[in-house]
Design a binder for this molecule. Structure first.
Ligand code: BGP
Length: 469
């Protein structure tokens, strides 16, 4: 649909940027922090681990000042569960609690809104050793953790995100480093984990509303449009299967408190239905998010499953499609270009995604991640000419404005990432930030912060509230 006049970005729109604790903070074992599953995972050969990353733990004041200079209205970051509870439960680590007080205060002093992700991939390793999310006790552990966060930071934080990309942890935990390699029947285990995460999320949303009437809370899955490879009805059905398994399972539960029927029958068919305790469905129905946060990097295209091993081919990357025999098969979209890592670039798909989520749930939306990973080059005179990133973000913003003009309610945009950080499995050289961090894969160099060209571009975008993109 064409618009002759575009709606402008709303007043008080939350322009910002995102990070996650384990990818940006470093200080992985400082001030009492316990190890998380990503600290203990085997790291991909040839790329850095998560021990130092961008050392934001020690540079947070400087970094927050740079975000403020860009004009950020909001900064989305995550709290490392293992700083608060080094063992996942039990004794609170006061130094960890203090760090996030300092960070939040710093953000607020610069007139930015803190947007807090409670859990972004970094499950305490101690909990993993007790069975991780497959263990029902995790629901209580998360509740206890949520309680501490709401008690400590509740009067300073308005926007809470429960779990980052729960769907990617379930579908691509091997790539991200959250999958327990010792699992004997991973799919069955994963859908049990999924159920426990959904119950834990529902309890956290309810607790947030009970304790903090002014606060708003929502889930933060990765949601993207799924295209059929052709108009062949079987391809369309395959896309319908995948969209339910990848997207709607998570949001139907968060918003409506029910299992998506297509997914439920798929779980039954495979013998993967989770154990549901008495009272779980009431808990799930009784919690309502105030908004939906979502991450979008690329659309995905699928076709009919051919029923052979070829269906399952894929790289294990969280943004590339792996098929499932009898359900769908990943396909290449001939109309899209890819980035240096093979991810298809699809700004129009971003508009479609925004429309689809809003039509289905009717809740306000905030984009908590999108962005372009690239091998940036630091040039003479401390310059980083990342016009490819500007181009990516500009095209996505144009489409977001079109979606707003289509009537979609969007209240914020926090691309990935506010500053360079370590990718889930492709190292620090896969950079996303507006700010360059001077280190290499294995050499830390001076870690100085350098404003990229995209920094100045985004500054102008924010200053004009998206009029000049
Ligand atoms: C999302 C995650 C982020 C982030 C991003 C980019 O799936 O929520 O943590 O890392 O993808 O992916 P990658 O780091 O693999 O390039």
């Amino acid at each position: 649909m064409k618009h002759t006049s575009l709606k402008t970005f709303p007043e008080n729109f939350l322009w910002g940027g995102s990070t996650s604790a384990y990818q940006v903070e470093g200080a992985w074992n400082e001030d009492g922090k316990g190890p998380s599953v990503v600290d203990m995972a085997n790291h991909v050969e040839g790329v850095t681990d998560f021990k130092v990353t961008s050392d934001h733990y020690h540079h947070y004041k400087e970094d927050v000042a740079l975000f403020a200079e860009m004009g950020f209205k909001a900064y989305r970051f995550s709290i490392a569960w293992t700083r608060i509870f080094p063992e996942g439960t039990g004794e609170v680590n006061q130094k960890g609690v203090e760090f996030y007080h300092n960070l939040i205060d710093e953000i607020k002093q610069h007139n930015m809104e803190p947007i807090v992700t409670m859990y972004h991939f970094d499950l305490p390793y101690a909990l993993q050793q007790q069975g991780g999310w497959a263990n029902r006790a995790m629901v209580d552990a998360f509740e206890q953790y949520a309680q501490v966060l709401f008690n400590e930071y509740g009067d300073k934080v308005t926007y809470w995100l429960t779990i980052n990309e729960q769907n990617m942890m379930i579908l691509h935990g091997d790539a991200i480093g959250t999958l327990d390699p010792s699992l004997k029947d991973p799919k069955k285990d994963l859908y049990q984990q999924n159920h426990h995460m959904l119950v834990a999320q529902a309890k956290a949303m309810k607790m947030c509303h009970d304790k903090l009437p002014h606060a708003k809370i929502g889930p933060a899955p990765n949601i993207v449009s799924i295209y059929p490879a052709t108009s062949k009805p079987e391809d369309i059905l395959a896309a319908d299967n995948y969209v339910a398994i990848r997207n709607w399972l998570y949001l139907d539960m968060a918003v409506f408190g029910k299992y998506n029927h297509v997914v439920w029958s798929y779980l039954e068919e495979n013998g993967w239905t989770p154990v549901i305790q008495d009272g779980d469905m009431e808990i799930l129905k009784g919690a309502k998010p105030d908004f939906i946060a979502f991450n979008y990097y690329t659309s995905q295209t699928v076709q009919e499953s051919t029923g052979d091993e070829e269906d399952k081919q894929g790289t294990g990357d969280q943004h590339l499609t792996i098929g499932e025999t009898g359900v769908f098969k990943g396909a290449k979209n001939q109309h899209l270009k890819t980035n240096e890592f093979g991810w298809e670039i699809d700004p129009v798909g971003f508009r479609t995604t925004l429309r689809q989520i809003y039509s289905r749930y009717g809740l306000p939306l905030i984009v908590t991640e999108t962005g372009l990973g690239a091998f940036d080059k630091l040039e003479e005179g401390d310059k980083v000419h990342d016009e490819y990133r500007i181009d990516f973000l500009r095209k996505h913003l144009e489409q977001m404005q079109l979606a707003i003009s289509d009537g979609v309610e969007v209240f914020g945009f926090c691309p990935w990432s506010a500053i360079d950080l370590v990718s889930t499995h492709q190292g620090i050289s896969k950079r996303y930030g507006f700010i360059y961090v001077n280190r290499d894969e294995f050499e830390l160099l001076d870690m100085r912060r350098i404003r990229k060209d995209s920094f100045y571009w985004y500054q102008k975008v924010i200053k004009t509230n998206g009029q000049d993109i």
